[in-house]
Design a protein around this ligand. Structure first.
Ligand code: DGY
Length: 313
């Protein structure tokens, strides 16, 4: 029997995936460009997605009728036409569980960086100056609000509890059974925004969460509060954030995700002392990326054998 063909959209070289997949399948590698993918996708049995190009109807349909499995090597799937895959009955999976620790660590590091004014401190030393009066915000005793208590939100909550925070609030669709063990209290979004000292956005991007942090919301936040985003850049209205940071309506922001990615070199967020930026490195550790690569490959191998994916969406 012919070996199944898997298109792998190469980004950062998912070696662990290639190793696993190539035991049973032929790999069709495509650089992460729309043109290259469209040229190589016809006739494949599966698609392994590892890039930011939109996996939309054009590419899915170009694959042809033999397409039997799609997996993304990411937790988020806002760049994938999941509705179409479902309509077509094509199994789709992601790597939701493999990156929770790494992304939660990233969120903690951004919280510390912003509350303790890391960027200003670094710039001060770089200028050959010394400012021992760079006063930050205490995490101990503070109220921490988590938007989206999924895997990443819960893992972040466990970590931040160790800083002796006062309260943990969270918001989302509905209360989560896991919240009790974390001592986290379910509240409406507005209450979380008004009462939190530190807010961490760890929710997926969808119609409800797009632009949920807008000018009105920043005005409701405490002037001493901090917002950290490890979800998706589009959850925050970035112009409104720039305005709020400039006017000191909030104390600071820490972003692992932004719009667009990469952020242009002359973007105002880069110049602001009270905004710490990472280049979307939430899951970027050697171990996490290897686990994600293997997880996405397993999703595809299982679906090709007619078995359930280990991490279906
Ligand atoms: C994902 O996989 O969706 C994350 O954004 C990685 O940081």
């Amino acid at each position: 029997m012919a070996r199944p063909k898997v298109l792998v959209s190469l980004n950062e070289g998912p070696e662990a995936a290639i190793r696993l997949l190539s035991k049973e399948c032929d790999i069709i590698a495509a650089p992460p460009s729309r043109e290259a993918i469209l040229e190589r996708v016809p006739g494949v049995d599966a698609i392994y997605w590892c890039c930011k190009v939109k996996l939309d109807a054009e590419i899915i349909k170009a694959a042809g009728p033999g397409l039997r499995a799609v997996s993304t090597m990411s937790a988020g799937y806002d760049h994938i036409d999941v509705r179409l895959l479902k309509e077509m009955g094509i199994p789709f999976g992601n790597t939701a569980s493999q990156l929770t620790d790494a992304v939660a660590d990233t969120a903690v590091s951004l919280v510390l960086a912003v509350t303790r004014r890391l960027k200003e401190g670094h710039r001060t030393v770089e200028r050959g100056q010394w400012d021992a009066g760079l006063l930050g915000i205490d995490i101990a005793g503070s109220t921490v609000g988590i938007v989206g208590l999924g895997g990443i939100g819960q893992t972040f909550a466990k970590r931040i509890k160790a800083f002796n925070v006062g309260r943990i609030l969270y918001t989302g669709h509905s209360p989560k059974p896991e919240a009790a063990a974390l001592g986290a209290e379910f509240v409406p979004f507005d209450k979380l925004v008004e009462q939190s000292d530190v807010i961490v956005v760890a929710c997926p991007l969808n119609a409800e969460t797009r632009g949920m942090f807008n000018a009105e919301v920043f005005k409701k936040m405490k002037p001493t509060s901090v917002v950290v985003n490890v979800g998706r850049g589009e959850c925050i209205d970035q112009d409104a954030l720039v305005d709020a940071l400039r006017k000191k309506e909030i104390f600071g922001a820490g972003l692992d995700v932004m719009v667009p990615e990469p952020l242009p070199k002359d973007h105002p967020l880069i110049t602001l002392d009270n905004c710490v930026l990472y280049p979307h490195i939430g899951s970027a550790t050697v171990g996490t990326r290897a686990a994600m690569a293997a997880g996405a490959a397993e999703n595809i191998l299982c679906a090709l054998k007619g078995q359930p994916m280990p991490s279906p969406v």
